[in-house]
Design a protein around this ligand. Sequence first.
Ligand code: UDP
Length: 460
Amino acid sequence: MGHNAALAVAGRRRHVLLFPLAYQGHINPMFRLAGILHARGFAVTVFHTHFNAPDPSRHPQYRFVPVPDGMSGPAPVAIEDVVSHIFALNAACEAPFRDILAAILDEYSKDAVACLVADGHLLSMVQVATRLSVPTLVLRTGSAACFSCFLAYPLLIDRGYLPVQESELETEVSELPPYRVRDLMRVGSHDLTRELLAHVVAAVDASAGVILNTFDALERRELEKLRRDLTLPVFDIGPLHMFSPVTESSLLREDRSCLEWLDARTPASVLYVSFGSLACMSSRDLVETAWGIASSGVPFLWVVRPGLVAAAVEENETTATRLPDGFEAATRGRGTVVSWAPQEEVLRHPAVAGFWTHCGWNSTTESVCEGVPMLCRPHFGDQMGNARYVEHVWKVGFEVGGKLERGAVEAAIRRLVTGSDGAEMRARAGELKKAAKECTGKAGSSDLAIGKLVDHMLSL
Ligand code: UDP
């Protein structure tokens, strides 16, 4: 059966059901996937929690179905609270989702529903769908290497790499090169990390395939390894944002004035600084970062989002993070600070020379795809592993490690933006940008993988 025939049952379009995890780094790739599947002819239904709910008016082409999560209170800040919150969302949504999904299946008729694509952190939703005989696929929003680390976790415990010992941080993990112990996935305590990873692996195991936001030219060896280790199909269809550039899925309002500010700067002169949607820093690190940026003399665009400084959050100062006295005067005319940026457009802007990032997987791929080299300051989760690949494998950036000191920050910024090895990193990032274009172009590896994904969805 060809795509067009398969996409319509009794004259109606096939439905794909999507359930993103309600955090920015997970919402963005799921909405990109929605755009891709919608363009291929699927009708899209998005389930969502009340927590971080999307704005349906920004996506009139999709149907939105809220699933009560019973949560109240502010969003969690510390990473261990985020992980507990993910477990709580699973537990709270399970029963309501069962009823809502059953009603949707009646409404659409069962054979009009191709499958559910759930975020890898939503095991309970995968289980609910399986019980109702709805095929599932899992979207993993991290790298292929990171998912191999998830799969290998029990082995790494057996072999004594984990729980992490401070004295072993530099030990190479020979089972998972190029990771060292310090690069392994970590979210709070060892037990919490182990529980989270087992939860995600169980979701993938229960599904009919895993979709990864990565691409062949970036992670060929890692994808081959995953395909050897998994009996399920693996669809490497990334970088998703290159297929579906406009998403409107930002939870915070983007300050677009920074694009005009960039327009007035000379090409390849500006450092873009952003630590994503969750990473927090101490007030001390904020001060060192600020003075390092100031004394580098390099023009900058810095995202200081509400809640960036942990202490300010504890004191309920979620609306503003105060930069040190004198910083604004010292950098006037040379930099701008916003609370949230249209990041992809910023990275695409010719004025941007480098990106100081926490190495979330979305930020890392967005930077690579625009040929922008990176200063890496990973905080938790998969960020250390991503930074390892940036520095050691792709050689498109380097880590600012250890205790943050303004002198080291200043030197690192200069090295990246004006140094000769920074220029080499930029050239290599430019090669990856070309490779990403080829993979996502007509008959490129990711384009072909999307075709296979659609066929697979229609065959389930
Ligand atoms: N982002 C943005 N504006 C900002 C900072 C981040 O739009 O000022 C977007 C960024 O483009 C990326 C996402 O937020 O798609 C962050 O995801 P990532 O995986 O990099 O980090 P996380 O927030 O999950 O730690």
